[in-house]
Design a protein around this ligand. Structure first.
Ligand code: 6GU
Length: 246
């Protein structure tokens, strides 16, 4: 998978060199480039922002550097018949990023992230790019960040671990979908007793049926406590008879 990230703070993306993502890059599973938007400015101050039309606080990113950036990275790089990237524009006003969207993005051959800063990017950048490629404005949650860089770190990590070969143990992905729509049960590892607290004995019983049942109950209890919205959204029929007895 090819990933391009365009930002005014390239060093903000340096964690992508580390750990599992860094290893996936070294192994050629992910081809990731980070670009400095200021490369496509022409004035001495390398300015990328301007006052909002209509007035108001903050600054808006100018369309010109983004336009020239996309011209170079997308249109001039494209051979005949080649695919275009899926463009993701970070914005607190975007579509909420979810595990379902992570799966959707993991199936794309080429992702390009445009990190918005200040009060966002001139809307014409999205409107113009939409004429040539699929553009999705995306948010990672209902809170406001200074810019999209941290959002891109989160999204790239969630997507990369779904790319075949990136995760060492593919079984952990199966486990996740098995638990679809519920939070995970709590996890423990030895010692069996630590500071007077015990691992729930069922987990040490060796009875896999009982362990599965216990995990299912814990997942339901945790979800009801922390995310009642998720329980309400569970597909009809996904709760079985024994769940109903809880
Ligand atoms: Cl993608 N960008 C910004 N600036 N704030 C956010 C966000 C994105 N997602 C949640 N808050």
């Amino acid at each position: 998978m090819k990933i391009d990230v365009v930002t005014v703070f390239p060093e903000y993306l340096s964690p992508l060199d580390l750990s599992l993502i860094g290893r996936a890059r070294q192994r050629g599973l992910i081809d990731l480039d980070v670009h400095d938007l200021r490369r496509w400015t022409h004035d001495v101050h390398h300015s990328v922002d301007g006052a909002p039309a209509g007035g108001g606080a903050g600054m808006v990113m100018k369309p010109q550097p983004w336009g020239e950036c996309l011209d170079e990275l997308v249109f001039q790089r494209q051979g005949p018949g080649e695919e275009k990237p899926r463009l993701l524009v970070t914005s607190p006003a975007g579509r909420p990023f979810t595990q379902a969207m992570a799966h959707e993005l993991a199936a794309e051959p080429w992702l390009m992230f445009a990190c918005g800063r200040y009060e966002g990017i001139d809307q014409r950048v999205v409107d113009h790019a939409s004429q040539a490629m699929e553009v999705t404005e995306v948010s990672i949650g209902d809170y406001v960040l200074f810019g999209g860089e941290v959002a891109v770190l989160a999204i790239v990590e969630a997507v990369a671990r779904l790319v075949p070969g990136v995760l060492g143990n593919a079984a952990s992905l199966d486990d996740e979908s098995h638990n679809a729509g519920l939070l995970e049960a709590p996890a423990y590892t030895r010692p069996a007793e630590w500071r007077g607290l015990e691992i729930p004995p069922v987990l040490l019983s060796g009875d896999h049926g009982k362990v599965d049942r216990w995990r299912r109950e814990q997942a339901l209890l945790r979800t009801a406590a922390a995310r009642p919205d998720l329980l309400a959204r569970l597909e009809a029929g996904s709760l079985d008879e024994r769940d109903r007895l809880l």
